[in-house]
Design a protein around this ligand. Sequence first.
Ligand code: ATP
Length: 386
Amino acid sequence: MASITLDHLVKKYDDGFPAVNDVSIDIADGEFIILVGPSGCGKSTLLRMIVGLEDITSGNLLINGRRVNEAAPRDRNLAMVFQNYALYPHLTVFENIAFPLRLAKGKLTEAEIRERVTTAAATLELSEHLDRKPANLSGGQRQRVAMGRAIVRQADAFLFDEPLSNLDAKLRGQMRSEISQMQRRLGVTSVYVTHDQTEAMTLGDRVAVLKKGVLQQIASPRELYEQPVNLFVAGFIGSPSMNFLPATLEGNVFRTPVGDIPVVSERAEVARGRGVVLLGVRPEFFEDAALYEPAKLPHGTVFEADLTHTEWLGSEQYGYINFEPTPQVRELLQSLARDMDAEELRPQIVATLDADSKLRGGQRARLWLDTRRVHIFDPGTGENLT
Ligand code: ATP
C-alpha cells in the first residue's frame, strides 16, 4: 500500500500550454481520491503522470516518500484500470487475470499464480467464470476481471481512468457501488478519474475539482457541496446545478430579478456595500411556502415570484422561474457561463418542490427559501464570500 504525493506538478505539452498547472495533493495510504472536472481540465494527464505514461515537466511525484519522477511505469508498482478494460478476447478469465503475473516471468511458480488468481476471483465473485472468454461476460463482470488483474499484482495503488463510462446507466450504478465496496474491503490507495459528479460524490473520500489544469478545491464530498470555494466548484457539484442570482443588498432585502428576498441571515452582511453580488441558491434550498414546516421558519424567508412552469418527477417537482435580465445581468451570466465552461446560463431559477406541491406554471408563487444555506459570491473573482 502507498501514500502518493503530488508536489507542484506541472505538465506542458509541446504547445507550451500547461495541461496540469502546479497541482499539489497529499494522498494518504488507503485513501480513495477522485479527480473530477470538465473535458480538457487535465485529469487524465495527471493520472498518466502518476502512473508514468506521461513525463513530468516540473514538480515532484513521491510514492511512499520516494521520488519517482523518472521511474519507469513497471517500477512504480501501480495498477491502472482503463475505460475499455483492455482484456484479451482470446484468453479466458483466468488467463486474463493471470496475465500480469506471467509477464513478470520467473518470479512466481504455476501453483503461486493459481493461488493468487483464484483468491482474487473469489473476492470478485468470478470463481464460476474462470473458464469463460470476455465476450461471454456481462459488462460488470468484465469490469471485475480488469480489477482482478490489478489485485493479483498486489499493486501499491489502483488508478482508474473513467472505468464506467462505457456502461449503461443501470450497470454504472451497480459497478459504482461494487468498486466502492471493493476499495474499502481491500483498503488500497486509489485515484479515480471521472467527469461524472455522481461518481465523484459517491466514491471519493476526497474529491479534487480541476479546471484548466488548476486545482480549484480538494475536500470531502460533503464539504464540496456545502462549502464550495468558488463559482466554478459551486456550479459543477450538485444536480440540478446551483442557481446564480444577481442581487443587491438594500436595507434588509436582496433586490433580485425574480423579486425581493428579505434577509434573515447574518451571512448576508458580506454583501453590504458591494453592489451586485451573486446569490448561490441550490434548487433544494427552496420549498413551496404553503408546505414548509413551522420549525424551519426561523432559518428561512418567504418571497413571491412568477412561476413559469413545473416538471413533475414523481418523488419531487422542479419549479422554474424565468426572469428578464437587464443588459448588465445578461452580460454577467454570459461571462459566468464562459468561466464555467457551460454553453449558456439561462436567466432562470430552478426550485425543487415537494411532490405534493399544488403550485403550477403561470401562478404567482409563494416560495420558502432556506437563507441559512445561501452562498454569496463575488461576481468578479468568483470567490465564495460566505
Ligand atoms: P477528457 O475528460 O476529455 O478526457 P481531461 O480532463 O482528461 O479530458 P486531458 O486529456 O488531461 O483532459 O487534457 C488536458 C489538456 O491537455 C487538454 O487541453 C488537451 O487538449 C491537452 N492534451 C492532452 N494530451 C495532449 C497531447 N498528447 N499533446 C498536446 N496536448 C494534449
